[in-house]
Design a protein around this ligand. Sequence first.
Ligand code: HEM
Length: 407
Amino acid sequence: MVRHPDAPVTAPRRLVRWLSAPLPAPPERLRRGPLRPGSFPSGSRSARLTSQLGLALAVAFGICFGTGLLSHLIQHPPGWFWWPARPVGLYRVTQGLHVATGLASVPLLGAKLWSVFPRLFTWPPVRSIAHAAERAGIAVLVAASLFQLVSGVLNVAHWYAPMPFFFTSGHYWVAWLTVGALLVHVGVQLPVVRDALRRGVPELRPVRADRRRLLAGVGAAAGLITLTTIGQTVRPLSGLAVFAPRRPTTGPQGLPVNKTAVAAGVAATDGDAYRLTVIGPAGPVELDLAALNAMPQHTADLPITCVEGWSADGSWSGVRLADLVRLAGGDPHRATVLVESLERGGRYRTSTVAAPHTRDPSTLLALRLHGEPLHPDHGYPARLIAPNRPGVLQTKWVARITVREEA
Ligand code: HEM
């Protein structure tokens, strides 16, 4: 529709004009160093290269955000959230994918930042208020992306000193910032990306050769990082996992541990004095190790899947959680169970087991691993082990179980 020249200028149109009105350029004498024209002679950079790297990064960050958010929801389930007990290894796949995709994004982000680096020094630095806002958005995106990758790598490498904050919270909230800034960036750049990736756009042969070489190089770097780390999740590739932060077969009873009994302050637990308290509708029940061993014993082959992405298989034996719930007068089909550890403090000393896991026959209060009494670092005298569950929720050194019946 053609707008009549005398028609009054609407408020939104005035705002757009104001935002895109050209700002006065800074004095030319300030145009020094990398701001000078021709400071970045490299011909390998192109909108097509940047768009291809950008799309790959957007997909990778989308996978990271989705799998990360899932891990968060499993650990902090809102009322509407439901997480199944089967398939047994689903969380192993999602969190393994999270960390693998995150690690593979490192060369991708490096190449993307290299491809746009000269734009940092465009002249004039800001052309309009809208342009300034867009640049500020990109600064947030770059900072947040770097934070996610650096904090993630430091976390899986167990190097916490450079992070004077709780990794999970920082990583979680900056994830929202990253994805928000990414959506704005993609929205603003969409026309540029569409033009750059359109078929038949002429491209000089050497530039094309360079672009393909660089993409192949980035792909190879991401592939190599994946090949030399994914073995911490995918067993058949464990022999190649030379850079994996964790070796899935290294540790007491052939399984890694994150928190030892000493670190938890429970190393001196005396098996004879140990008592498990089960509180349910029928009142509290106290069981010692002999009583637990006298109950029907079951074995389940289940992975320990760490939030850090590594996972390892174990053959666990013990009492079904469902049987303990029944013993305390509860109905495992409707029961949510609070599991508390002997550990005095710590973020993960308790966990909640929802009904799908409570009634699952493979959810055990484990007393043995690979047929041997649990090593103290694996939770002796007794620990929770359930299918499809993050390691931080597989509570060790269990002291009390409280049954809460759902309506
Ligand atoms: C090198 C890259 C990355 C690594 C190694 C990594 C590692 C991790 C680890 C170990 C956790 C589990 C934290 C816990 O439960 O204690 C996690 C959670 C998470 N990650 Fe990443 N991550 C990376 C990149 C990303 C990126 C790029 C995003 C999003 C854009 C992201 C979003 C999340 C979210 C939302 C969580 C859930 C945090 C929570 O449970 O509260 N991660 N990540």
